[in-house]
Ligand binder design. Structure first.
Ligand SMILES: [Zn+2]
Length: 195
């Protein structure tokens, strides 16, 4: 995809191993192959080469999805629930804040390098939303008090824990939340919030 984009604007392609290409790849590798021609065409319509190639690709990808509703359903993958990726949260060591990112599913995504499984990610201390979580990523973020998609500290962000917050931390946690989380995630969240 990047080779094609650069070719359109008659620019030399940075080597695959360059930090620039790697960082763009990290942002766009969940995009399925079938959307690539469309994305390249969208970018080729631009007056000049976009400064931020990653963003240009993601914008074109969004546009593809809007123009192709229902096209993604042919992915049939139980591992990721047909999402094509896992919803992940990583805690910043310095600030303690969680950052949200997507990790491509190793079962239904092609990649030049081995993609981490949900278990691999969890073993690295990353919080992964269970497949099919009721309410989706925003609800999971809120229920797990990750604060990346739903701000902590606001009434909405505290959610159902608002009541217990006034009486100190509720170590029992929410049963639905407990059920949905792995051991590692529970340790993660408990460690981060109640240490
Ligand atoms: Zn999958």
């Amino acid at each position: 995809m990047m080779r094609n984009v650069y070719a359109v604007f008659n620019k030399p392609v940075p080597p695959d191993s360059s930090p620039f290409v790697m960082s763009v790849w990290e942002r766009v590798n969940h995009v399925p192959d079938e959307a690539v021609p469309y994305i390249v065409n969208q970018i080729a319509d631009e007056e000049k080469m976009p400064q931020n190639v990653g963003r240009a690709i993601l914008r074109a990808w969004e546009s593809w999805q809007v123009n192709n509703p229902g096209k993604m359903v042919h992915i049939n993958c139980d591992v990721c629930g047909n999402e094509g990726f896992f919803w992940c949260w990583k805690q910043d060591e310095k600030t303690g804040k969680y950052q949200h990112f997507l990790s491509p599913c190793p079962s239904c995504r092609k990649s030049d390098y081995p993609l981490p499984s949900m278990r691999d990610l969890r073993e690295r201390g990353i919080v992964v939303m269970p497949v099919g979580y009721t309410g989706g990523p925003v609800q999971f973020d809120r229920d797990s008090e990750l604060g990346a998609l739903w701000p902590l500290g606001t009434q909405e962000g505290v959610g159902r824990h608002l009541v217990s917050a006034s009486k100190g931390p509720d170590m029992r946690l929410d049963p639905r939340r407990l059920r949905a989380m792995s051991e590692a995630e529970r340790a993660d969240v408990a460690g981060a919030r109640y240490a």
